[in-house]
Ligand binder design. Sequence first.
Ligand code: HEM
Length: 132
Amino acid sequence: MEQPAPALPNTPFHRLGGAPIFEAIANRFYDLMDEDPAYARLRAMHAADLDPMRRSLPRFLAGWAGGPRDWFEANPGRCMMSLHKPFTIDHAVAGQWAEAMQRAIADVAPEPADMAKAMGDVLVDMARGMGR
Ligand code: HEM
């Protein structure tokens, strides 16, 4: 049976501070989405209860950034772009996601700055790629 890849210390996941930082990014992101009227349309697309997203997003981001892959093991073959296909994501709402994520990273995971910027930039590209 294939063994899970060992956790590597030089990954974005570890350089940014590991699981607690990824949980903090996701919590800040959903707090902003919930509280800032600038993200009202994005908020309205999500379920009333954001707790499942507060659990899911940091686990996805952790695996994606080179950390523990439990989200990917629980969701074999699930692609983030395909998962969003059923939603109607226009450019404005994709921009709301991108902006809230950049703010969340800046608020709770600003160091190391090059790593934080690189991760924010890639997530912004991913969000914009979902907009139509
Ligand atoms: C571009 C704008 C985006 C919009 C409008 C959007 C919207 C949504 C919505 C409506 C859901 C279902 C949530 C619910 O039922 O409460 C969802 C799920 C999810 N989204 Fe997004 N999303 C966007 C971008 C992204 C990006 C860029 C990522 C990752 C980098 C992401 C990660 C996730 C994850 C991990 C889930 C939950 C999947 C699961 O574990 O079932 N989203 N998204």
